[in-house]
Write a protein that binds this ligand. Sequence first.
Ligand code: AMP
Ligand code: ZN
Length: 430
Amino acid sequence: MFWDQESETLSRPALEALQLQRLQQTVSRLAARVPFYQQKFAELGVGPDDIRRLEDVRRLPFTTAADLRAIYPSGLLAVEADEPVRLHTSSGTTGKPKAIFFSRNDVNTAADMIARSLVAAGITRADVFQNMMSYGLFTGGLVMHYGAERVGCLVIPAGPGTSERQLMLMQDFGTTAVHILPSYALYFANYLEQKGIDPRKDLKLRKAFVGAEPHTEQTRKRIEEAFGVDVYNSYGLTEMNGPGVAFECEQKAGMHLWEDCFLLEIIDPATGEPLPDGQRGELVLTTLKREAMPILRYRTRDITSVIAEPCPCGRTHRRIHRITGRSDDMLIIRGVNIFPQQIEQVLMSMPQVGRNYLIIVEGLDDLTVKVELSDRGFDGQVEHLAALQNQLVEKLKAEIWVRPKVDLVPPGSLPVAEGKAKRVLDKRSL
Ligand code: AMP
Ligand code: ZN
């Protein structure tokens, strides 16, 4: 099933020709209207006429999160000040957020990208779509909402609310699909268990869209097993409209990145040099259809790689692999580079391990992993716990090459974040 079959299955040459044309238009608009880019173009000695092939994108300047923060609150508007109709800001935890402005066409484009994405995962107008993401400045609420409405679903703007209310809505309105943070999905699974609810029998759920925070394949499997649903990975960031940048189709094998809207590059985060397909590096994105606030070569900090092989679904837009971490999330412990996802992967593959964990780094690079037990792991037998603890230390050591301390804690005892999960507490940086 397709939302916009023609655009989604353009031949590669046609898609690339469209990309080039949109890139040229974007650069011309920025050169004419946005002082920030005018200055950068002048420094690099480039202009619209230098963009003759797609590869020429590499002559253009990068844009970083720091650039967007520095320009807050005015943004990099390429339209008259009264033209934008919507503002979102990113969920930055420190300092000023990044302000992103949308024109009416930008709002429509964002909804279309979501509609494509949901339909690619088998959503139809018959679905009842419960959006359990926060409504407000965060894009996960509104942007997803309007996309699901566009498909024709009945959309329930549940927001993050209490688990009790989420369940009531699911039961009363026959929710078939949810949009949910993966960390909250795991928490909600515990809640249903405690309530004696079996989602397979008692609910009509069939699909869950999870995103907005890094998670592993093991976490996907756990959510699928807990709810009896298909789970689809959804990637996006406020700077690029929020959700709907890259989405899994029914193959569940990598996320199609909508290349008629975004030009993608993978670079070596240290040198900025391009990396070939298949090699992992930092994802860099350029908006191709934005009106209000086009952004060139945005350094997402997200680490992934391109899957160049065509997808059996027939979409020609290339896929990216699950995000394995952010280059700024990487922990350096005793000289070893560690991504929190490596730890999660080990934990979530063990049935005795529950659904929450916390990584703590302190002192002279001492690494502690606090691990919630599952009910199965929490059987009251001290010798089982000691054996599990040793096993976890060894498995983690084999994966990350550093020997962590493992603290086993009872089910449900670790704090649950309001929004995106906070998995790492690096006390060295405090
Ligand atoms: P925000 O702009 O606040 O929505 O945050 C965007 C960031 O969330 C991205 O740059 C990623 O680091 C992270 N993110 C969003 N979706 C995913 C996903 N599906 N997998 C991993 N990380 C994600
Ligand atoms: Zn596909």
